[in-house]
Design a protein around this ligand. Structure first.
Ligand SMILES: C[S@@+](CC[C@H](N)C(=O)[O-])C[C@H]1O[C@@H](n2cnc3c(N)ncnc32)[C@H](O)[C@@H]1O
Length: 236
């Protein structure tokens, strides 16, 4: 019965996208990143085939997934600062993907690869269970109108998927500048059997030093928004 419910929920999630594709003119650098450099830094998952991290990354080391990296600046900084980790960034925003690939190339990084698809589909079809050391989700689209809350990525069904993909004692780090979404994240994670707050119950974390300030975070700050970080452990 539980499996049936999960399947039905997964079905629902498949139909509702958590993003709206932003468009606009690409700079020459972004175009170069999306074309000439793509084969070196991009991954194109094929239907229902699992990505083999051993062949994708030069070094065998823990893989951290970041969903929705935007223009990629904070993910780039992390990959530079943490050569002991491999990073997989998934983003549908073409300009951001092109820009990040260009930067990764300039820095000659071998520990950051990029997928330009819907992260939910990639997780379901192409990421092996028990393969991720961490999930990062920074300033995910807040979908602040009530009628759009169903488009928010962080929901119980999504965390069910993540619980399968993450290894035991891995981490989940989320940050948002929307208080209502922060509360939803806190509730969803605390109500899920496989996630445990690294601080005491209902407690948000200060921004850890390893997380650089992101573009959307700065934008929120200018608008007077607060920032809420949540750091959980995945135990299963
Ligand atoms: C509000 S922006 C935040 C970008 C960046 N993290 C920052 O803080 O500056 C959210 C990003 O998530 C991406 N996104 C949302 N849902 C996604 C999904 N299912 N798969 C891939 N990218 C997604 C959007 O394209 C968008 O660029």
């Amino acid at each position: 019965m539980r499996d049936l419910c999960i399947n039905m929920n997964n079905q629902k999630m498949r139909n509702i996208q958590s993003f709206v594709k932003r468009s606009g003119r690409l700079t020459e650098g972004q175009k170069y990143g999306l074309t000439d450099l793509w084969a070196e830094y991009g991954i194109e998952p094929t239907n229902h085939q699992l990505i083999d991290f051993k062949t994708v990354f030069v070094k065998r080391q823990p893989v951290i997934l970041e969903i929705g990296f935007g223009n990629g600046d904070s993910l780039l900084a992390m990959a530079i600062n943490e050569p002991e980790h491999n990073f997989l960034g998934i983003e549908v925003y073409e300009a951001g993907v092109g820009r990040l690939i260009n930067e990764v190339h300039k820095h000659q990084l071998t520990n950051l690869k990029i997928i330009k698809e819907d992260a939910v589909a990639v997780l379901k079809n192409n990421i092996a269970n028990n393969s991720l050391f961490g999930l990062q989700l920074y300033f995910a689209d807040p979908w602040h109108k009530k009628k759009h809350h169903k488009r928010r990525l962080v929901q119980h069904e999504f965390m069910d998927i993540m619980a399968n993909k993450l290894i035991h004692n891995s981490f989940v780090h989320m940050a948002t500048d929307w208080e209502h979404y922060a509360q939803q994240m806190m509730q969803t994670l605390e109500n899920h059997a496989h996630f445990k707050n690294t601080l005491s119950a209902h407690t948000y974390s200060p921004r850890p030093k390893r997380r650089p300030i992101t573009k959307f975070e700065r934008r929120g700050e200018k608008l007077g928004h607060g920032v809420w970080d949540l750091i959980f452990t995945c135990t299963k």
